[in-house]
Design a protein around this ligand. Structure first.
Ligand code: CA
Ligand code: CA
Length: 356
């Protein structure tokens, strides 16, 4: 019996076995509500970013890094190779600039996904960590950013068996980070067919340093975005399918302890944290059916959600922006600086809006 036939039979058997439970679980986790438009007064589409801008992060001086050209199984993708752009939010021209990549780096297989920046407090060197999926595998590329030269210097490639299906990372040192694995399996068929059907909470968070690699939090349906509080005491993880942002307490040994989950009512992707207010900004998918079954005639929408006072008894969750897909489809990230809101997407455009 061929492998594909066997897998198909296995899926059919599992579907029959789990039946209604799976259908109900999927229906709940994919959320099919209709979106009411909630536009901001002034938004503009950013130039040169037509093939996704899955993740964005902004330095303290308003310089944003943007990953583009992600090829993710099941999502529309272009033939354009992956790139990293920067955007100076202090410059009113709002023009993204492609960063020059090192000569010794394999650009053809570069498939950038989640990103994170770490500034070394001892010498202000800026380290850019990028999740990449060459041939749909997962690895983390570490670069140094040379601002005057608009270029990246490649330092190293990090691979590990625990980093099996990485979505996003948050760097906590020049060689250490937390990463989300959005799936349990690495194999494409198991990952894209069997795992979604079973709908089990097998996704996790891994801590990585050169001397210590371990699973530090588990039990997620699809752990996606990850970020850290401005004082580095708490880690936040967005579970796309349970519609929560999980708050985790960071221990001395870098393990994470669950504090609480904050309901966001949407399929939230990446998380950015405002360094001054500590507010969380989330790029979310309001309708999972439309997002996963992409149809340009009935496009997936976009939604930006902010969480204020997340550590208080009553966090405030509010929708800041919503679009039915006419302006931007499949928003995956939202980041703010100086009254501007940047919204990026998995495979579509990026826009910049005035918050007021
Ligand atoms: Ca990120
Ligand atoms: Ca993501």
């Amino acid at each position: 019996m061929g492998k594909v036939v066997f897998i198909s039979l296995l899926i059919a058997a599992l579907a029959a076995l789990l039946g209604e439970r799976v259908v109900n679980l999927r229906r709940r986790s994919l959320a099919s509500r209709e979106l009411v438009q909630n536009h901001l007064p002034t938004c503009a589409v950013l130039k040169n970013l037509d093939y996704g801008s899955e993740d964005i992060t902004i330095l303290g001086d308003g310089l944003a890094f943007i990953s583009t050209g992600l090829k993710y199984p099941g999502m529309p993708a272009s033939d354009v190779t992956g790139k990293i752009f920067s955007l100076d939010l202090q410059d009113s021209r709002m023009k993204p600039v492609e960063l020059r990549m090192p000569r010794n780096f394999d650009l053809d297989s570069f498939n950038p996904h989640g990103i994170s920046v770490y500034t070394d407090p001892t010498d202000d060197t800026i380290y850019l960590f990028v999740v990449s999926h060459p041939e749909h595998k997962s690895q983390v590329e570490v670069f140094i950013f040379l601002e005057d030269d608009h270029s990246l210097v490649h330092l190293k490639t990090i691979k590990h068996e625990l980093l099996n299906s990485v979505n996003d990372i948050v760097a906590v040192g020049i060689e250490s980070f937390y990463a989300t694995n959005d799936h349990y399996y690495s194999n494409e068929i198991l990952k894209s067919l069997v795992e979604p059907l079973l709908g089990q909470p097998w996704s996790n968070v891994v801590y990585y340093s050169p001397t210590d690699v371990k699973v530090v939090s588990e039990g997620y349906y699809l752990a996606n975005g990850i970020n850290i509080s401005p004082d580095n005491s708490h880690v936040y993880v967005a579970d796309l399918f349970d519609h929560n942002v999980h708050v985790l307490d960071r221990k001395e040994d870098n393990t994470l302890a669950t504090v609480k989950a904050v309901a966001v009512g949407s399929l939230c992707d990446n998380i950015e944290v405002d360094p001054e207010t500590g507010d969380l900004w989330l790029g979310c998918h309001p309708n999972g059916w439309k997002f996963f079954k992409f149809d340009p005639k009935d496009p997936p929408g976009s939604e930006v959600i902010r969480i204020q006072n997340i550590h208080s008894d009553q966090p405030v969750v509010s929708q800041v922006y919503a679009d039915d897909g006419q302006v931007i489809m499949g928003s995956s990230v939202a980041a703010t600086y100086g009254g501007k809101l940047l919204i990026g997407s998995v495979f579509h455009k990026a826009v910049v809006c005035d918050l007021k």
